[in-house]
Write a protein that binds this ligand. Sequence first.
Ligand SMILES: Cc1ncc(COP(=O)(O)O)c(C=O)c1O
Length: 355
Amino acid sequence: MTGSAYLRWAKTRPPARFDLTSSGVPYLPLRELSVSLDDLEISGTAAYGYAPLQEAIAARYRVDVSCVAPAMGASMANLLALAATVRPGEEVLVEHPTYEPLIAAARWLGAEVRSFARRAEDGFRLDPAEVERRMTERTRAVVVSNLHNPSSALADDHSVRQVGEIAARRGARVIVDEVYLDALWEPAPRTCLHLGETFIATNSLTKLYGLNGLRCGWILGAPDIVERAWRLTELFNNIGVHVAERLSLMAFQNLDTIALRSRALLEANAAALNEFYAAHASFLEVRPHAHGTVSFPRLRGGDADAFCDLLAARYETAVVPGRFFGMPDHLRIGLGVEPATFRAGLDRLGRALDE
Ligand SMILES: Cc1ncc(COP(=O)(O)O)c(C=O)c1O
C-alpha cells in the first residue's frame, strides 16, 4: 500500500516509558518563543511564500532568495525535490541504508529505485565510486542524507562534490537531505547548494530545533528546480499555514539560542552513549558517536527484531529496529531525549543485552 512502513510503525507502536526512537530533540514549548497574539495573523499573502521567512532561510544558508522554496517539513521538501527531478519510469539512486520514506516517495512518483551501499564496515561513508558504479543512463536523481540517517555519518564536502560531478556528467541531480546537518553546530551552517547547482538540499526546523509542529521545511536549489517546486506546491498545498509561517520566522530570529539547548542535550547524551558503547563492545559493533541525533550499532550475532521486542516487553524501552532501514541486524538509538531518560534507557538496554 502507498505510504511509509517506517512512519506507520512509528505512529502506531505502543508507547514506551524510555523512548529512544526519536531522531529529533524534545519539542520546544511555545512559551520559549515568547509569542504574543499580536505577533500572529491567520492569513497573509496568498501568492508564493511569506517573504520575510523566505529571506530568513536564504540569509541563514547564505543563498539567494530565488534558490529557496518552502515545504511542509523536510518530508514535503523531499517529495518536491524528487517530483521536480524524476518522471515515472526514470531511475532514482538512493543510499542504503536510508530513511525509508525517501524510497517510498520515489516509488509513489513512479520512479524505479536502485540503491548504492554505504557500508557499516566503512563507517557508512559516502563513497563516490560506489555511486558511479550503480548509476545508469536512466538515473535522474541521486539521494543521500547528510548527516546520514540512520548512522549520523558526515559526508565531507569533497565526497559530496565528487558525487555531484558524477551525477552532472549523466545529467542527474543530487538531492541531499540535510535535516540533520545543522548538528555540526557551525556558526554558518553549510549546505550542498554551495557546492554547485547540481545539488538540491532539503531541510526543516523539525529535528534539531524541536519545532516539529511548525512544519517549516524548505528546498534550496537552482532557480529552475525552485520554480518547479513552486509549481508543484500549487497542486499540493497551494499556500503555507500563515500562523506557522509567522512562528517559524520568530524561530529563525532565535535559532542560535534554540540551538544551544539542543546542542547541550545531544552532547551530554553523546558522552553517555560512548561510555555505554565502550562497556558493551562485545555485544554492539559501532564507531564512537561524534555528532547528530541517532546512532546505528550492529547487534553482534543477534536478531535485532527479537531484541527490540524483548527490550520493549521487559525493559519498557524502545529503539528502532534496523529492518526499517533494510539492515535487520542493526538498531537505531535516538539521542534526542532528556539526559536522565536517556541514561535510564541505556541502562535498560544494557540489561537487555546481558540477558
Ligand atoms: C532523513 C529525514 N528526512 C526527513 C524527515 C522528515 O522531516 P520532517 O519532520 O521535517 O518532515 C526525517 C524524519 O525523521 C528524516 O529522518
